[in-house]
Design a protein around this ligand. Structure first.
Ligand code: HEC
Ligand code: HEC
Length: 197
């Protein structure tokens, strides 16, 4: 009797896992419409989410749903997601390999302008030495240039309001410096290990 119950419980548990996995796959198909079938986003203003840090992905979905981060495309998508979906999607996309958009490295003068602000604001203290980020801090290396520029300017004018600390930091740089930083970060590759992880 105990044994039969145990087997039944195990079977239930495993079907639940299967159901959840296929649910994530289904949800992820919606995301691919904009974030790309192969991880390369359709538009230059849409960020890479493949290989992005798990905690960061989850927090953004939560913030889009809460409305503390606003976007006409992501708002309606996040509204339909439950917390468990967001957690599952964050884990799912984190495991994918970050795509190489083959954005060129920034020229010397742009790099110099970028580095001046990067050093004075100590971006690497949080985003780490190769701008790979970790946990709830975003990976920036190799992200879409246009997206990076837009989102830093949005933090700066506080239209992206989900992290006031980042907004304060962005106000320590000029818009021209942020544009240079976007170009610099977009052209970065992560050295060592598999690309993007
Ligand atoms: C209609 C197009 C569209 C769809 C569908 C879509 N996204 Fe997005 N997503 C965007 C755009 C555009 C942005 C950038 C918003 C901004 O600039 O603030 C974005 C931003 C994000 C971000 C923030 C990334 C970052 O670097 O801050 C995450 C996470 C995200 N999307 C996850 C998802 C997931 C998961 C799905 C599927 C459930 C999905 N998106 C479906 C267009 C879309
Ligand atoms: C004190 C730690 C800290 C410092 C210093 C810092 N950041 Fe951030 N940054 C974060 C965190 C945490 C996030 C995620 C914010 C969120 O949850 O929306 C973030 C988000 C970002 C994003 C958004 C990424 C995306 O995919 O949308 C960009 C771009 C960024 N930071 C650039 C920079 C640059 C450039 C500097 C230096 C000029 C910098 N940050 C300094 C902690 C930091």
């Amino acid at each position: 009797m105990v044994r039969t119950l145990l087997v039944a419980a195990l079977m239930l548990a495993s079907t639940a896992v299967v159901a959840q996995e296929s649910n994530v796959e289904e949800l992820a198909q919606v995301c691919s419409g904009c974030h790309g079938e192969n991880g390369v986003p359709q538009e230059k203003t849409t960020p890479i989410i493949w290989g992005q840090n798990e905690g960061y992905l989850y927090l953004q979905l939560r913030d889009f749903k809460k409305g503390s981060r606003k976007n006409d495309m992501m708002g309606p998508v996040a509204e339909t997601l439950e917390k468990a979906d967001m957690k599952a999607l964050a884990a799912y996309f984190n495991k994918k390999t970050w795509p190489d958009l083959q954005q060129p490295s920034a020229p010397k003068d742009v790099t110099a302008t970028a580095m001046e602000a990067i050093n004075s604001i100590a971006c690497k203290g949080c985003h780490l030495d190769q701008f790979q980020g970790d946990g709830t801090t975003a990976r920036l290396a190799g992200q879409q240039r246009e997206y990076l520029q837009n989102t830093m300017l949005a933090f700066r004018d506080r239209s992206r309001g989900n992290n006031p600390g980042m907004s304060d930091l962005m106000n320590a740089a000029t818009p021209d410096q942020l544009k240079a930083i976007a170009q610099y970060l977009a052209g970065l590759q992560i050295i060592g290990g598999t690309y993007g992880r």
